[in-house]
Structure formats: structure tokens, C-alpha cells
Design a protein around this ligand. Structure first.
Ligand code: ADE
Length: 244
């Protein structure tokens, strides 16, 4: 998978060198390019923003650098992947569609993502109109109903959620099947050794006996019940009306 990130803070994306994502890059499973939007400015101050037309607070990102950036990144990507390949362009945006595990599943099958980090109050609307006009595939994705200072933190989250689902990135693929949200439920409670543990207050805490039974069918049924119960308690919105 190829991912291009366009941002005015390339250093913000440094964590993508680390851990699982870093290893995926070194293993050739992820080809990640981080671009500074200011590369596509032409004035001495490398200006990317200006005051909102019509007045109001804050600043708006200018359209010209974005249009040039998309064209250049598209050319570079197509040199690598082939002329016919087009990216999905994702704008993290609190006004976008909710980004969920199923979005991550879907995007993990993409050959090429371009992640465009807006800052300030947002990007000039004509950038979106231009992309629609040239037939680009565009998505606006929200991490949740709160406002971040820009798209960079959202891009870190989206990249991690997507890339870990690319085949080969997580060594034990089974661990992806039983985690929260993989089946629309929260994950069941987990225990490890010691099965009997005395906590710092002197309370002896035993792991559920069933997990020591070796009966995989009963363990699976118990875990399922726990998942449903936990989901009902913490996230009833995830359950269908009848299950609630
Ligand atoms: N940019 C600012 N806030 C955001 C959010 N909640 N989700 C995605 N991108 C954002």
C-alpha cells in the first residue's frame, strides 16, 4: 500500500517511523511519503493561509498550494504505481463521515491513499470542487465529535488503524479477528497468568474458572456473552434495537 501525507507539519508524522508502522515500511508492506505543503508555495514567506473572505475569525488554507500538491503527488504516485492508478484522497475533518473499523477495513484494501491535513479554520471550498470536477475520489473522515487543531493527529490514528489491517503487517492475523469492533461488539475481558492473584490491597482475585477448563467451545461462548454484555453496558448504540 502507498500512503502520501500532505501537511504543513511533517515532523508531526515522525511516529510513523516507529513500532508496527515503521516495521511495515521497512518490510516493504507500506510505502509512506510525507510532503510539506509549503513545497508548493511560491512566495518568500511560503504562505499557505489567508483571512476568510466575508470576514470572521481565524485563517483559511489557500487553494493554490493544495491543487499543486495534489497534482504533483498524483504524478509521483502514478510513476510508481502505474498511469491508471488513482488514489483515494482523505481529508480528516470534524464535519466528515465517522471513521470506524469498517472504514479502516475498506481503506486497508486500497492500493493508494492520499491523506490531506487541513489546519486553521479549514481549506478553501474550491479545492473540494476542483477535485470533484477532475473526478478524484474524495472522502472526509471524522475521528469523533470533537475538534482537533488540525488533521495530523487524525492521520496518525487513521494510518495506524488502516495499516495494521493490511495483510502481513500484524504477525498474528487471528488477533485482528477477536478485537473490539471487528464484529460490531466490544472485546471480552482478558486475563493472563497468574490465575490467582493477590492485589496490593490483599484481595485475592481469581481469573474465571472457565478459562482454565480447556473447553474451547464453552470458552468461546462465554467470551461472546461477555462481549455482548459489555457492549450493552458501555456502548448500547452499537447493538441493534432487539439486542438492546
Ligand atoms: N480535524 C479536526 N478535528 C478533527 C476530527 N475530530 N476528526 C478528524 N479530523 C479532524
Amino acid at each position: 500500500m502507498r500512503i502520501d501525507v500532505i501537511t504543513i507539519f511533517p515532523e508531526y508524522l515522525a511516529p510513523l517511523e516507529l513500532s508496527l508502522i515503521g516495521r511495515a515500511r521497512r518490510d516493504g508492506l507500506l510505502d509512506l511519503h510525507v510532503h510539506d505543503l509549503r513545497e508548493w508555495t511560491h512566495d518568500r514567506h511560503r504562505t499557505v493561509d489567508d483571512a476568510p473572505l466575508g470576514g470572521g475569525a481565524g485563517m483559511v488554507m489557500k487553494p493554490e498550494p493544495w491543487a499543486e500538491a495534489f497534482a504533483a503527488v498524483r504524478r509521483a504516485g502514478q510513476q510508481d504505481l502505474g498511469e491508471g492508478v488513482e488514489p483515494l484522497i482523505v481529508f480528516p475533518n470534524p464535519a466528515g463521515q465517522p471513521f470506524t473499523q469498517s472504514t479502516a477495513q475498506e481503506w486497508s484494501q486500497c492500493e493508494w491513499l492520499v491523506l490531506a491535513c487541513g489546519r486553521y479554520e479549514g481549506i478553501d471550498e474550491r479545492v473540494y470542487e476542483h477535485l470533484a470536477d477532475i473526478g478524484a475520489e474524495v472522502a472526509l473522515a471524522s475521528l469523533g465529535d470533537y475538534v482537533l487543531n488540525g488533521g495530523e493527529v487524525a492521520v496518525l490514528a487513521i494510518t495506524e488503524a488502516v495499516v495494521r489491517l493490511v495483510p502481513g503487517v500484524v504477525g498474528n492475523a487471528e488477533s485482528l479477528v477477536e478485537e473490539s469492533h471487528s464484529e460490531g461488539l466490544l472485546e471480552y475481558p482478558l486475563y493472563t497468568r497468574p490465575a490467582r492473584w493477590e492485589d496490593p490491597a490483599g484481595v485475592v482475585r481469581e481469573a474465571p474458572q472457565i478459562l482454565l477448563s480447556g473447553d474451547h467451545g464453552r470458552i468461546a461462548a462465554w467470551r461472546r456473552e461477555q462481549s455482548v454484555e459489555r457492549t450493552r453496558r458501555r456502548r448500547p448504540d452499537l447493538l441493534g434495537d432487539e439486542a438492546r
